[in-house]
Design a protein. Structure first.
Length: 350
């Protein structure tokens, strides 16, 4: 096979800092294995918008689409920056890519790695994956406002859930569960969101018939936050809608030892479009430019990327090096590049 064509979007804030380390590790693992990656760097995000006024042009999208996979750092300027008021980088760029490239599975694994200082005193053996729907729900932008500037302003934000969209992500989640510990938890709010929740529940019940080994469970999203803190080891695969999945996966990152450890894949399982791998966290303006960000989430996103491309050995090498690095952590604070160097060196040593 020819070289793997990789689009790299460092983005804003800590994005370029953590992507530099992720690419360092990718280079180390591919140098060892001989797989060739051909990288194209894209300057996109708040910084690019402030320079050119563009968020994501048709040419950007066409060019990115011609790659085999995408590695993204984080996008988004400093919240409240008045110059970015009309840009909405998150919607225009991040959601723009997820929607255009039909990333209907947002895969967000959580592990509490041995030796990690989790805020939970005794987390237990935590290893679950959130399958977050990526193209629908309240994220679609089907909203509107009227009577703006009056005390009677009306603002609507419609959650769009299609039977087609829910069924395909639910089927993916069942398939994941069947390859893992055979447990699937639907998280929703069926007691209040009766239309959308009812449809999610019915579709889960229907698809369950195709996966007889998988045990199905249900939690309301509020209760799910309780169990994520009190008993996270109970989860195997969680399937949920776009917004609930967003919130639960920041919580999952926190219990795993920090948001700087949480990786994700925006996946188009059909392979019609390149999938995109990125840390769960954002551009972290509060620590940007200080080499304080933990690049582990970006590095683990490379592991997900390699696995997605069928490079299982390279993926495992990255995960092994990260696991070892986490196990050896002590109270000494390391810089972003020190962490990346240590992980890259561990891979080079094998
Ligand atoms: P954030 O994830 O950027 O930061 C939340 C907190 O976590 C901050 O205190 C930050 O310092 C810390 N943090 C984040 N990543 C870290 C890392 N790798 N190591 C150590 N600490 C880390 O969320 P926010 O502050 O709500 O958002 C900041 C900007 O990022 C906003 O513009 C937001 O829209 C955007 N955002 C982008 C993405 C993305 O590109 N995928 C994701 C989330 C938020
Ligand atoms: C994430 C982020 C994005 C989301 C924002 C920045 C649009 O929070 O990737 O989790 O809500 O999906
Ligand atoms: Mn989020």
């Amino acid at each position: 096979p020819g070289p793997v064509k990789l689009a790299v979007i460092p983005g804003d804030g800590i994005g370029p800092e953590v992507v530099a380390e992720a690419v360092k590790v990718l280079d180390a693992v591919t140098a060892a294995s001989g797989t060739v990656f051909e990288k194209t760097w894209f300057s996109l995000g708040a910084t690019r918008f402030l320079e050119t006024g563009d968020v994501l042009t048709a040419e950007d999208l066409a060019s990115i689409s011609a790659h085999d996979a995408i590695l993204l750092g984080a996008v988004g300027g400093v919240p409240g920056d008045p110059r970015l008021k009309d840009a909405n980088i998150e919607r225009g760029l991040l959601l723009g890519l997820r929607f255009a490239l039909d990333h209907y599975v947002n895969l967000r694994p959580t592990r509490v790695y041995p030796g990690v200082p989790s805020p939970l005193a005794d987390a237990g053996d935590v290893d679950f994956v959130v399958v977050r729907e990526g193209t629908e729900g309240p994220y679609v932008g089907n909203g509107g406002a009227i009577r703006r500037g009056t005390p009677h302003e009306v603002a609507n934000e419609v959650s769009v859930n299609t039977a087609f969209g829910v069924e395909r992500v639910v089927r993916f989640a069942f398939a994941q569960a069947a390859q893992r510990r055979n447990k699937l938890t639907l998280v929703h709010k069926t007691n209040v969101l009766t239309f959308a929740g009812g449809m999610w529940q019915r579709i889960v019940n229907d698809v369950a018939a195709e996966f007889p080994t998988v045990t199905v469970d249900y939690l309301h999203v509020d209760a799910a936050t309780i169990f994520l803190v009190t008993d996270p080891a109970r989860f195997d695969v969680i399937v949920t809608d776009n917004l609930f999945g967003d919130i639960l996966t920041d919580l999952a990152g926190a219990i795993s030892g920090g948001i700087g450890l949480a990786a994700s894949g925006n996946i188009n399982p059909d392979g019609a479009f390149p999938s995109m791998f990125e840390p769960v966290h954002g551009s972290a303006p509060d620590i940007a430019g200080q080499q304080k960000a933990d690049p582990t989430a970006a590095i683990l996103s490379v592991a997900l990327l390699l696995e997605h491309l069928g490079l299982a050995e390279e993926s495992a090498a990255v995960t092994t090096a990260v696991t070892a690095d986490i196990a050896l952590r002590d109270s000494r604070v390391r810089s972003t590049s020190e962490i990346g160097d240590a992980i890259a060196r561990a891979i080079g040593a094998h």
